[in-house]
Design a protein around this ligand. Structure first.
Ligand SMILES: Cc1cc2nc3c(=O)[nH]c(=O)nc-3n(C[C@H](O)[C@H](O)[C@H](O)COP(=O)(O)OP(=O)(O)OC[C@H]3O[C@@H](n4cnc5c(N)ncnc54)[C@H](O)[C@@H]3O)c2cc1C
Length: 399
């Protein structure tokens, strides 16, 4: 196990930096550095710039039209991109449904969606969770009944992120209500299909990325079934493992800590800096140490993955450590803001329906409270941390 990157990887890092410097539009970067949800148009624009470079499918093999980069290079790319303020490509497309389609779907479906995901021409929502089925996803009740060459879908999903601007939704639905997991199938639904209703949920940070989705007699062609009927649970497990993918939170933690450092080093109205106070300095040092430990854990996992020797549920380990650290960094950012943290500075571009105005405040304030509130969810989404702890315990006890 090496804790340093080899020279070729460092050269690759310089190449990525030069690319970001030349090609990343600064208005997109500014918005993302503040931690607001990326606008769909920004994501599309950036995906197309990456696609022109052949870099949009950073985590995809060359046989799917991706870069074929090693896990370590994907890590470096993500690290540099987030630090520079680049919006992430559509996670639901590139990291969730894309790999499922390219691994399990028929050739027609692969040809229909693979290239359009890579070019940023189709965006996705993940319709798994329901009001009574979150951690216990197997108890979902959305139904897909076969009627000739179509499925008729009825039911409700909740917490469906960014679906309001997606083109397609991949859902889990029961095609056989008698069987439990064997009765679940994965089906692609056009967001604009008749019978699909999307209702926004505004979060405590006053932003809109979450939704309820209702399906009332929605008809979709049978050709929208992914892989085989009744195999949706197997595909979902594959997808969720990718969702907690290696190193997912390190690059974001790194960018947030960099922002915290800037906050602490910026002179306040009295000319003093918070970093000169021992309380802030020691807590920053502790967070920095935790971040380095997370980096090494991530790199170790990547090396093991590359060598095909993964023994521990590292996805679950990284998810717990990364999500908790994001919240701790957020807490110190909020403390550093002092009284300016009493206002949330909601995203001025986030929802055209709602007028946003900011009261006067330091340039460092906007974005911090909104992001802090949103990051309370990091220990819940992608599989709640309590459930990840059970997965780790089971693997050690070999249950
Ligand atoms: C910001 C955000 C974005 C999301 N985006 C999406 C999305 O795009 N698509 C989608 O399908 N879903 C999405 N989700 C839903 C997310 O996957 C669920 O919230 C999550 O799986 C937990 O399910 P739940 O909310 O029903 O909570 P529950 O499962 O009811 O859990 C409630 C509490 O009980 C604990 N608990 C439950 N079961 C166990 C157990 N077996 N052992 C120990 N503790 C347990 C949990 O840890 C939690 O603390 C999102 C959620 C959030 C917060």
């Amino acid at each position: 196990m090496h804790f340093t990157l080899d020279q070729e990887d460092e050269r690759f890092r310089q190449e990525v930096r030069a690319f970001l410097k030349a090609k990343l539009p600064q208005d997109l970067a500014e918005r993302n550095r503040r931690g607001y949800h990326p606008l769909r148009e920004d994501t599309r624009q950036w995906t197309k710039i990456l696609h022109a470079q052949g870099w949009s499918g950073a985590n995809w093999p060359t046989s799917w039209g991706g870069t074929g980069w090693s896990p370590v290079r994907q890590f470096i790319f993500e690290e540099e991109s987030i630090l520079a303020g680049a919006p992430a490509v559509d996670t639901a497309g590139f990291k969730m449904i894309g790999p499922v389609i390219m691994t399990f779907a028929n050739e027609t479906m692969k040809a229909q969606y693979g290239p359009r995901i890579l070019s940023g021409d189709v965006f996705w929502g993940q319709g798994f969770s329901e009001p009574n089925a979150g951690s216990d996803l197997g108890s979902l009740t959305t139904r897909a009944e076969r009627d000739g060459d179509e499925y008729v879908i009825n039911g409700q999903k909740i917490w469906t992120s960014f679906v309001e601007t997606a083109d397609m939704i991949f859902i889990l639905a029961k095609t056989d209500p008698q069987a439990r997991q064997r009765g679940i199938s994965m089906i692609l639904v056009d967001r604009q299909a008749p019978g699909v209703t999307i209702r926004p949920i505004y979060d405590i940070g006053e932003s809109h990325s979450l939704n309820e989705v209702f399906f009332d007699d929605v008809r979709v062609p049978v050709s929208n079934l992914v892989g085989e009927e009744g195999m949706g649970w197997t595909y979902a497990k594959f997808l969720l493992e990718n969702e907690r993918a290696f190193s997912a939170e390190w690059p974001r933690n790194n960018a947030h800590l960099a922002r915290l450092r800037t906050l602490l080093n910026t002179p306040q109205h009295d000319g003093r800096r918070l970093i000169d106070r021992p309380g802030f300095a020691s807590r920053l040092a502790q967070l920095n140490t935790d971040l380095l430990a997370l980096r090494w854990l991530s790199l170790r996992a990547l090396h093991e993955k590359a060598g095909g020797q993964v023994r521990l549920p590292v996805g679950s380990l990284l998810k717990i450590r990364g999500s908790e650290l994001l919240q701790k960094i957020g807490e110190l950012q909020v403390e550093a803001l002092g009284s300016h943290a009493s206002y949330v500075y909601p995203d001025p571009l986030g929802d055209a329906q709602r007028q946003r105005t900011w009261p006067p405040g330091p340039n460092t304030a906007p974005g911090i409270m909104a992001d802090y509130f949103y990051r309370r969810a990091t220990t819940i989404y992608g599989g709640a941390n309590e459930v990840q702890r059970t997965i780790i315990a089971r693997s050690f006890l070999e249950l």
